[in-house]
Design a protein around this ligand. Structure first.
Ligand SMILES: Cc1cc2nc3c(=O)[nH]c(=O)nc-3n(C[C@H](O)[C@H](O)[C@H](O)COP(=O)(O)OP(=O)(O)OC[C@H]3O[C@@H](n4cnc5c(N)ncnc54)[C@H](O)[C@@H]3O)c2cc1C
Length: 566
């Protein structure tokens, strides 16, 4: 194990927190979502001394609850926001190049229907502009399909009212994996990061300028202070709460909207393509096949409930079920077929009189009089540019205050794993080469695909470890090798971290959790030194997660008093 990777071991957590407590940083980043982790990487790679703290786990907020697309945003084209289309379009290709195992090319099928959102001519023109703005080349350029060709691509589509289709290039990812690879990469550049550390309030100097934050380790309950020259809040849905703590919550505010996705076994919704279709109410919906499942989303409703436990309601389930039946009428599904779900919050900027779907997805930066820099809004897709804008601002401020000069942004050329694939083809070849290595353990091509698209070449370490678990059932052996890796290399501190964000099992392979759960819990208990009470808390939490992922509530869970107080 190289030292750099070992810095991201859960077993080093205490030392990591001590380091955060002891040193003075150029930059403290609050929030370990894709935005915060992207900022930490950008800043550390320019030579800034960076700390990042996350109140729960990395990507536990919105950054594990998205549609998981790295996309250029056709909707922006419709709104004639050409600058945003160009930026997100270009970014797709960059992030794919930086993590070709994780940001996968995905062809999208957009059926064009009578009275739908997108007309044939406008779509043909729009997708062409989209390709040009985003620099899409060769075979990847958009194709306009006849009705027959559209049905050939997707025979399950409603043929009535179908006029044809657009077929174009986007990318699919795993948001939580992207986030963890970002923070691991930032750590290789010297950023010091810890999960389960919550900023409770701020520290100011005699001139009233922000110079630090009081923080609490949520696992040990120990308190500590972080000293930093600059503080950036990338708190996602919690950004306004932190602004309130700073006494600077005025002017623009967040408007949280909830988005739900539901998951079906692939056999139940066996579509051949990722499809972006008109829902019955005119909103656009995605249906995305992925491994053993197809997931469908999303809703978009104004949200006032609990921030730390966002659930899907019966209304959400009915809405998405209706959408599936509307687009694919021959598919016979009911709510009982939904094997999992997730619900997340979009931290958008409020605009008077606009409905959730009309609110801009652009990011905004707020700088308070006391110096707190907050960033909210934006997309997964634009994380790198958001980070660049923030770090440009921070370095400019530091330089003005007498620091050395810092270089320009470098992240365009920093791969997001330690031993990256050269390109997507190389990752496909790796899947092919890995499959026979797994067969002695009873694992197959699905597992080779899963390992590669989850860990890239880091799978080598997991595959080697499999030999320790030869006597186990295949899924158990795999999970035990993964949990060992995740503790030592990816700061997994709870069963939730492992089942939800490092491996995605809760959403994409929920059936295997029952089989591997006992073995994983035992390994976690042993490695992390849990007492019986902690083990019970972990079991209860996992039961709650399984419940939320498989149930539909009558209404949102109400904010708790501390949350209402901000
Ligand atoms: C339903 C849905 C679908 C989406 N689909 C897509 C998509 O397909 N493609 C795309 O590009 N974008 C998509 N997005 C948008 C994208 O997911 C978000 O823009 C992005 O994940 C936001 O990341 P973030 O880091 O800003 O926020 P978060 O991921 O929420 O991170 C903020 C973090 O700050 C932490 N934090 C808060 N307060 C504190 C504190 N006091 N101390 C320490 N830590 C703290 C939180 O715990 C949280 O982890 C979607 C969003 C939603 C909701």
């Amino acid at each position: 194990m190289s030292n750099s990777v070992a810095t991201f071991s859960a077993l080093n957590r205490k030392e990591t927190i001590k380091q955060i407590d002891d040193e003075v940083f150029d930059l403290l980043v609050i929030g370990g979502g894709v935005t915060g982790c992207g900022i930490a990487l950008d800043a550390a790679s320019r030579g800034l001394k960076v700390a990042l703290v996350e109140q729960r786990d990395f990507a536990s907020g919105t950054s594990s609850k998205s549609t998981k697309l790295i996309h250029g945003g056709l909707r922006y084209l419709k709104q004639l926001d050409i600058g945003l289309v160009r930026e997100t379009g270009t970014e797709r290709a960059i992030v794919h190049r930086l993590a070709p195992h994780l940001v996968l090319p995905e062809k999208m099928l957009m059926p064009l229907i009578k009275g739908g959102n997108y007309g044939k001519l406008a779509t043909s023109f729009g997708l062409m502009v989209y390709d040009i703005l985003a620099g899409v080349k060769g075979d990847d350029r958009r194709k306009m399909l006849s009705k027959e060709a559209t049905l050939k691509k997707e025979p399950l589509l409603e043929a009535n009212g179908l006029k044809g289709g657009g077929y174009y290039a986007e990318y699919r990812t795993d948001d939580a994996r992207l986030t963890i690879e970002l923070i691991k990469t930032a750590a290789r550049f010297g950023a010091v990061a810890a999960n389960y550390c919550k900023v409770v309030d701020f520290v100011y100097n005699e001139s009233g300028q922000i110079v630090g934050a009081n923080c609490q380790d949520q696992l040990s309950e120990d308190k500590f202070v972080i000293n930093a020259k600059k503080i950036v809040s990338a708190g996602g849905p919690w950004v306004d709460r932190l602004r309130k703590r700073d006494g600077s919550l005025s002017g623009k505010r967040l408007h949280l909207t909830k988005g739900v996705h539901v998951v079906f076994p692939f056999e139940k919704v066996p579509i051949k393509n990722t499809t972006y279709f008109d829902g019955p109410d005119g909103r656009m919906i995605f249906a995305i096949p992925r491994g053993r499942v197809t997931y469908v989303g999303t809703t978009d409703t104004t949200y006032h409930g609990r921030l730390d436990r966002v659930v899907a309601t019966k209304e959400d389930a009915a809405y998405l079920l209706k959408a599936v039946k509307h687009a694919f009428p021959s598919i016979d599904v009911s709510q009982e077929d939904m094997i999992s779900n997730w619900a997340g919050l979009r931290p958008l900027i409020h605009e008077d009189g606009k409905s959730p779907s009309e609110l801009s997805r652009k990011d905004e930066i707020f700088v308070s009089d006391k110096g707190l820099i907050s960033i909210a809004g934006g997309k997964l897709t634009g994380y790198r540019k958001m980070a660049q804008r923030i770090v440009d601002l921070v370095t400019k401020q530091l330089e003005k205050e007498g620091s050395q000069d810092f270089p320009n942004c470098k992240t365009k050329n920093i791969p997001l794993t330690e031993v990256p694939f050269d390109n997507f083809q190389a990752s496909l070849k790796y899947i092919e080469d890995t499959t026979p290595k797994l067969s002695p353990y009873g694992l197959d091509a699905y597992h080779a695909w899963y390992l590669t698209t989850t860990y890239g070449r880091q799978s080598d370490i997991i595959i080697q470890k499999l030999s320790d678990f030869r006597s186990e059932a295949p899924e158990v052996a795999l999970a035990r090798a993964e949990v060992w890796y995740a503790i030592l290399h990816e700061m997994v501190s709870s069963a939730e971290d492992f089942f939800v964000r490092r491996t995605g099992r809760l959403y994409f392979d929920i059936q295997t959790i029952a089989e591997v759960r006992d073995a994983v819990m035992q390994d976690l208990q042993l490695a992390l030194g849990w007492d019986e009470q902690r083990l019970k808390d972990e079991q209860d939490n996992l039961n709650d997660l399984l419940h939320d992922a498989t149930h539909y509530y009558d209404k949102e869970l109400a904010r708790e008093s501390e949350e209402v107080a901000g």
